[in-house]
Design a protein around this ligand. Structure first.
Ligand SMILES: [Fe+2]
Ligand SMILES: [Fe+2]
Length: 177
């Protein structure tokens, strides 16, 4: 866990790098390309989160598993819906959704953490949700009023990730120590 702080700082620095140096320019074209770049990182994040939750769904074991399994599957499906919305928005903006498996983990803000025990899995999910909350909040602020449609989508994703984090924190409280 000690390296987590450094990791998130690096992830945020990288996410911010894309948004820095005149994110909003007078050239609509240039701005749109930056939005597409940032959204492709969000797409990778959502895809990695889908895969991680699906892994956890299939690997969940133990007496607590029944309820937890359902939660993992529900989250996996919601992350997939997020990925689809982001991909659709990228296409609307004239970009290409990058679903290339090669480099997927590097493009993602959050990690694909399998976790050996149920508690480990829930912790991995909670960390990933917190990372998404951090980077999505920054994206919302960065978009400001320049692309309200994309901002609204990111706000809706952010609200859902907050719900997910809350779900995972409650599960940890229920079965973790
Ligand atoms: Fe998501
Ligand atoms: Fe989530």
């Amino acid at each position: 866990m000690s390296s987590f702080k450094a990791d998130i700082e690096e992830i945020r620095r990288r996410a911010r790098e894309k948004m820095d140096d005149g994110a909003v320019t007078s050239s609509y074209q240039a701005d749109r390309e930056k939005v597409i770049e940032v959204l492709n990182e969000v797409l990778a994040t959502e895809t990695v989160c889908t895969l991680r939750y699906r892994n956890h769904y299939f690997m969940a074991k133990g007496v607590h598993a029944p309820g937890v399994e359902d939660e993992f599957l529900e989250h996996a499906n919601e992350e997939q819906q997020h990925a689809d919305r982001v991909a659709k928005r990228i296409a609307e903006l004239g970009g290409t959704p990058n679903l290339n498996p090669s480099g997927l983990a590097d493009r993602s803000h959050a990690q694909y953490g399998e976790g050996e025990t149920l508690i480990d899995m829930i912790r991995e999910d909670l960390i990933a949700e917190r990372i998404a909350i951090g980077t999505y909040s920054e994206i919302v602020r960065w978009l400001g009023n320049d692309d309200p449609t994309t901002r609204r989508m990111m706000e809706e994703l952010l609200a859902k990730e907050e719900e997910h984090a809350d779900d995972m924190a409650k599960l940890l409280g229920r079965i973790g120590h």
